[in-house]
Design a protein around this ligand. Structure first.
Ligand code: SAH
Length: 364
């Protein structure tokens, strides 16, 4: 494990909040916006290409734009609103960034290197207010929503890193699984997805984008109605309401039955299978009786279950399920016809694994 402290005299652009963040605009909005400031529509495409294909850091480098227009743009708009504070590299190749935003808030982003490609985990909120008892992201509560542009910027920064350090390897998939509840910041999360997915943007295929939720039922239905082809992941973690409510306060609002109904609706409307995350928490939800209950609950749902041995969070003292018991749990699910695998943990040594992200310098 290695931590790189960036000795960087670049200051966060504290003015950024007042300027137009170019990464906030969808393609058609960019075309309209350039027209609103007296430019022909095609400048929108030119800017988009500079941002997402050439991935320039500076408006001055957009050399096919007239000099005068570049000067005007530099005054009223900005591309980069966040500063890299630290970059930590795990022994397994996972990299975690801590960014300082223009208002001084901080967030984390993770790059995971798999044999099948590069996957990026983005944050959607500074902090989180869901209150899940096993997760570090919620310890300080919610500070604020991120804008779609701030989520795009996380992704673009990681792609720029790969351009420089990994011979232009591409980000192949994105998960909205960093800090925050993306469904609570619905519009900005969708804005991010639209920009990441745009053919003139970073071209991340919808099926390679996963949005994870603790279970906001109305938002799941709304997403189903939009018929997007993205992957929906549900943080389920328990088979009985009393256990789930103790782990995840949101369950008191929408219980397991209602949540699973929303998932069935999502599958019916989109034709997509759903993923369920199930963190195995020692002694709470991890014996074979729970595996059987889980199989019963999911019997008629087209889904995949990701089992995650609960990750260490220093403020909590949950214990991990022993390896043999994890095996037995997954075998029991498979035996009962449930498609389930144990998620390979990444970045544990740099506190970059599920539930370990937070809005401050990482504690391990
Ligand atoms: N708020 C959304 C997005 C966060 S995704 C959601 O809850 O789905 C982060 C995933 O990591 C969620 O599935 C979350 O339940 C899980 N997680 C949180 N803390 C964890 C921990 N300590 N160990 C393992 N998984 C954890």
């Amino acid at each position: 494990m290695e931590t790189i402290k960036l000795i960087d005299d670049k200051q966060t652009d504290s003015d950024a909040g007042k300027r137009v963040h170019l990464l906030q605009l969808k393609y058609d909005e960019m075309e309209k916006w350039v027209q609103s400031i007296g430019q022909p529509k095609f400048r929108g495409k030119q800017i988009f290409t500079w941002l997402y294909q050439d991935r320039v850091n500076n408006i001055a480098d957009m050399t096919n734009l007239p000099q005068k227009f570049r000067e005007q743009l530099a005054e009223i708009a900005t591309i980069d609103t966040m500063r890299e504070v630290t970059r930590q590299v795990s022994t397994d190749g996972t990299i975690k960034w801590l960014w300082e935003l223009y208002d001084g808030s901080t967030i984390e982003t993770v790059l995971m290197r798999h044999d099948y490609g590069n996957s990026v985990c983005v944050s959607t909120q500074v902090g989180c207010r869901m209150g899940c008892t096993f997760c570090a992201s919620t310890l300080g509560g919610l500070v604020r929503n991120l804008t779609g542009g701030e989520v795009v910027e996380q992704l673009l920064n990681v792609q720029r890193f790969l351009d420089q350090e990994a011979k232009g390897e591409r980000v192949s998939s994105v998960v909205l699984m960093g800090s925050g509840e993306p469904m609570e910041n619905y519009d900005e999360s969708m804005r991010f997805i639209d920009i990441a997915n745009d053919q003139n943007g970073l071209k991340i295929g919808a099926r390679h984008i996963t949005i994870s939720t603790s279970g906001l039922v109305p938002a799941i239905k709304r997403l189903a109605d939009e018929k997007r082809q993205i992957t929906l992941a549900i943080s389920l973690h328990a088979t009985r309401d009393e256990i789930r409510s103790a782990l995840m306060p949101i369950n008191r609002r929408w219980g397991i039955a209602e949540l699973l109904d929303a998932c069935r609706y999502y599958i019916a409307e989109t034709g997509r299978r759903v993923s369920f995350e199930y963190a195995l928490v020692g002694g709470k939800n991890d014996d074979l009786a729970h595996a059987r209950e889980l199989a019963d609950l999911l019997a008629n749902i087209d889904c995949h279950v990701n089992l995650i041995p609960v990750n260490y969070v220093p403020e909590r003292n949950y214990t991990r399920t022993p390896k043999d018991q994890i095996r037995a749990f997954v075998n029991e699910l498979n035996r009962l016809g449930v498609n389930a695998t144990v998620r390979r943990e990444k970045g544990h040594d740099i506190a970059a694994a599920c539930g370990q992200l937070r809005a401050e310098q990482g504690k391990i």
